[in-house]
Ligand binder design. Sequence first.
Ligand code: SF4
Ligand code: SF4
Ligand code: SF4
Length: 271
Amino acid sequence: MTWQDSKLTRRDFIKVLGAAPASLALDVAPGGRRYAKLMDTFKCIGCRRCMSACKRWNKLPPYEVPESLVRDMDGTTYTVVNFIRSKRNTEVGKFIHWACQHCIKPACAGVCPVTAIKKNHVTGAVVVDETKCIGCRYCYQACPFKVPRFDFGKRVTRKCHLCFDRIPKLKPACVAACPVEALDYGYRDLILRKARQKAQVVRGYVMGEYEAGGTDMITILPAPPEELGLIVAPKKVVNEDIDKLRISSTGFLAGAALVGLMYLYSRGDKE
Ligand code: SF4
Ligand code: SF4
Ligand code: SF4
């Protein structure tokens, strides 16, 4: 979905993407509160209604079930549900709803050469502005969770945007569709407290508290990600500005030429 597809005006879109400058500087929402999404693998029943709701809300084509058991995101599939099993104790298995983790300091936004990706520090949403994206895929390289996907039809990078065009007034479409409340969306401090309490009771693991320096997607797992075959993100902010520096210092001209070429390429089908 682009901002043009939503019911927002360009001015609204810019407002939605950017929190107040003061709060951006502090990386906290006004009043110290920010929102986050919760995923509880202990509640999930694997019904995949969240996947369908995401497709519907974003007017995306239906999901083509792959031959392999593992489902992967693509340019028109922003979330998938997979069964994960512990490598240490194969009796421990759960369904996981997987999408962009909405990092508090998103590496994808840090490396984007045309600043097409913005983080809203109140709602938590990290959103790609498809009208600016040139499809260079630096964001995929930088993402510690390897989330952004290239849409070969539109020639832009796409991913879960946390339903930025309906939150926080309405919960994200996937959250609203979940029949067993395995998904939730609310104040991050409350979400985190709930996740820690649950993890203590079930001897689980809270992902998103420290991964990539903290994310606005919190997942209660049955074990740490490395034991479940999930991508293991470092527990620190990932190359937020380093790659930007690399791009600018190790070949500004080459970079500019590449950006220009990618821009022309990306416009090919958009005209
Ligand atoms: S998970 Fe990846 S795509 Fe999502 S906000 Fe973090 S760095 Fe960006
Ligand atoms: S938050 Fe919205 S865009 Fe993201 S997975 Fe859920 S329904 Fe899809
Ligand atoms: S809708 Fe809820 S229960 Fe169903 S797969 Fe998604 S997260 Fe799990």
